[in-house]
Ligand binder design. Structure first.
Ligand code: GNR
Ligand code: NI
Length: 186
């Protein structure tokens, strides 16, 4: 059990094309466990192995929906409702089909901390992957999960969400990140 350090821009590791996993074993399951721990601690809704310095085609996602509230209308509410966890593991994921329709979502990335920008991606996709037991899945994925899966699969190709922006916007984001790091260091 370990919270691993997260690799951040401009670390060149983030440009690595990750290698396929050949066999799901206990060592891989231990990495996946550490990846969940690291993601929940950050906190984030997804994490690719390269973000903890491991160039393997593995990613974890948990959209962590807030638990539903069951209060009377207008009732004060300041206690913790917790979240519904839905941990998902994707090993060697492939996208088989994508929608023509696109969806815009304001994305962030644990490797580009505290920076956000709108990214256009296919609204849904059909994906195939292995789970932590080595079992194959094929599913049509939509909504936030589709956005997040495509963001994570980009990491496997060495691509960050800022690479989808114009050069002007990307440089603005990177400058803002530099500035916030300087302020934190001071
Ligand atoms: O925590 C994360 N939030 C997020 C928000 C919108 C689109 C994608 C993401 S993934 C990100 C965690 C991360 O960096 N995964 O690689
Ligand atoms: Ni990311």
């Amino acid at each position: 059990m370990a919270i691993l350090p997260i690799v951040e821009v401009p670390d060149p590791q983030l440009k690595t094309v990750s290698e396929p996993v050949d066999g799901v074993d206990d060592e891989l399951r231990a990495l996946i466990k550490d990846m969940f721990e690291t993601m929940y601690d950050a906190p984030g809704i997804g994490l690719a192995a390269i973000q903890v310095g491991v160039p393997k085609r593995v990613l974890v996602i948990d959209l962590q929906e807030p638990a539903p509230h069951d209060h009377e209308e207008g009732e004060a509410c300041d206690h913790d409702h917790g979240v519904i966890n839905d941990p998902r593991v994707f090993i060697n994921p492939e996208i088989l089909e994508t929608s023509a329709e696109m969806r815009v979502y304001e994305e962030g990335c644990l490797s580009v901390p505290e920076q956000f920008a709108d990214v256009d991606r296919p609204d849904w996709c059909v994906a195939r992957w292995l789970d932590e037991d080595g079992k194959q899945h094929e599913e049509r994925i939509e909504g936030l999960l589709a956005t997040c899966l495509q963001h994570e699969m980009d990491h496997l190709e060495g691509i960050l969400f800022i690479d989808h922006l114009s050069r002007l916007k990307r440089n603005m984001v990177l400058k803002k990140l530099e500035k916030s790091r300087r302020l934190k260091a001071a």
